[in-house]
Design a protein around this ligand. Structure first.
Ligand code: ASP
Ligand code: MG
Length: 417
């Protein structure tokens, strides 16, 4: 059995949905197909939610635009306007409208999940109906009844043992060969919709593969596979043919948009290989992430993380007992849920490189100032080079101001401006 995942970019219009059909037609295996919301729908739903608080008129307008976008796709796919998908979709949009304008929820995060989860419901209803109309027989599964989570809304944690039981029931392959379901969303035990964190569909695919012991996972993207650098920032990029899970974790951790970082562990635990392939060029072999011992390509990998803050702390009395102080500093960081990308310490200082998210770091600095003298630089970049050579380093750091440089056997990091 294989698990496929199609992200929003692969199904942003009716052409994308037809392309998905062509890809699936090439496979005769048992399949679970996980699909994201169409295009940028999740962002649009976030926008609608925010507007529902500030500006009802604008919110209604955006709601209608999102509805029209989905119905335009349906019209391209189903010429017969009496097809049941028209009524089904209309009903789902009514439910969404009700969630936005009528229901009151105590917490923003709870409301967020009730609204944002509709993106995947819409897309999968449409794709499933279209595939069935084209004789690719499939069963639509409401993953909110399978992927059982706690109620940490917007970042729900999956109850693996309960989900395993439900998943074995739902995806039993007794009468069906192909299942179509949603990524990113789940359902709490109390009956609410939940979400697993933005870009979470990879994680859904990985968890299902793990629980159901799939042979492989295939993630279909708009690139030929995993590249050795982001073509947005680097030129002459090349595809990596195969990398190990460990390598993929390193890349994801330091900011490569390879695959959702949470997706790797469930696959690694069961040794399930993951293929990143192109939905534009489906014949291509893509990149395989699997149990490979060593990185065997002669290509350095470049990862750039933008918008970094470098914070340096000095004790006010010059006496730094590093061990104790590190505990304290990491205590503050975990309190504010800030992830440290790089750390460097000397006898009398600690430097931390962190993401600039939501101005959280400003609070952190205020907090740290109570105990330390604090200096910081913002608008920096963290450049990571895996499997570096002197030449590779020179190429990307020349003419840049280097704030911190760290090298280990396989990895070099630079905090630069
Ligand atoms: N649709 C969700 C998002 O855009 C999940 C995903 O695409 O993986 O975050
Ligand atoms: Mg997406």
């Amino acid at each position: 059995m294989l698990v496929f995942k199609f992200g929003g970019a692969s199904v942003k219009d009716s052409k994308g949905v037809k392309n998905l059909l062509n890809i699936l037609n090439e496979f005769s295996d048992n399949l679970i197909v996980v699909v994201s919301a169409f295009g940028k729908t999740t962002n649009k739903l976030e926008e609608i939610l925010n507007l529902s608080i500030e500006n009802t008129e604008k919110c209604k307008e955006k709601f209608e635009i999102l509805k029209a976008y989905h119905f335009d796709i349906v019209k391209d796919l189903f010429s017969d306007e009496s097809d049941p998908i028209y009524t089904e979709l209309k009903n789902e949009f009514l439910k969404l409208k009700n969630e936005i304008f009528e229901k009151k929820h105590d917490s923003f995060d709870l409301k967020y999940d009730q609204i944002v989860s509709f993106g995947e419901i819409f897309s999968t209803m449409i794709v499933s109906a279209f595939l069935n109309s084209q004789k690719l027989v499939n069963k639509w599964i409401d993953i909110r009844k399978v992927m059982i989570t706690d109620d940490t809304f917007r970042e729900a944690k999956i109850d693996m043992s309960l989900t395993k039981t439900k998943a074995e029931e739902a995806f039993n392959f007794k009468n069906d060969k192909v299942y179509l379901t949603q990524g990113f969303i789940g359902g709490s035990k109390s009956g609410y919709s939940t979400t697993l964190g933005r870009e979470g569909s990879d994680y859904t695919a990985a968890v299902l593969a793990n629980l159901l012991e799939a042979e492989k996972v295939m993630v279909w993207k708009d690139v030929d596979g995993i590249l050795n650098a982001d073509p947005q920032y680097f030129d002459a990029t090349e595809k990596l043919d195969r990398i190990s899970y460990q390598e993929a974790v390193e890349l994801a951790y330091f900011g490569a948009k390879v695959i959702h970082p949470k997706a790797l562990k469930p696959l690694h635990n069961k040794n399930i290989p993951l293929f990143v392939r192109s939905f534009i060029n489906p014949e291509g072999a893509g990149t395989e992430i699997g149990c490979f011992k060593q990185y065997d390509q002669d290509l350095p990998i470049f990862i750039l993380k933008k918008d970094q803050i470098l914070i340096s702390l000095f004790p006010k009395d010059l006496s730094f007992a590093i061990e104790d102080e590190l505990n304290k500093v990491f205590g503050y960081l975990s309190e504010q849920r800030i992830k440290v990308n790089l750390i460097q310490n000397s006898a009398i200082s600690i430097s931390l490189c962190i993401d600039n998210i939501n101005r959280k770091w400003k609070h952190l600095i205020e907090r740290l100032k109570v105990d330390y003298k604090v200096l910081y630089n913002d608008e920096l970049e963290l450049l990571t080079i895996r499997h570096y050579s002197d030449q590779a380093i020179k190429k990307v750091t020349k003419d840049r101001k280097i704030f911190i440089e760290q090298r280990s056997r396989h990895t070099a990091h630079f905090v630069i401006k």
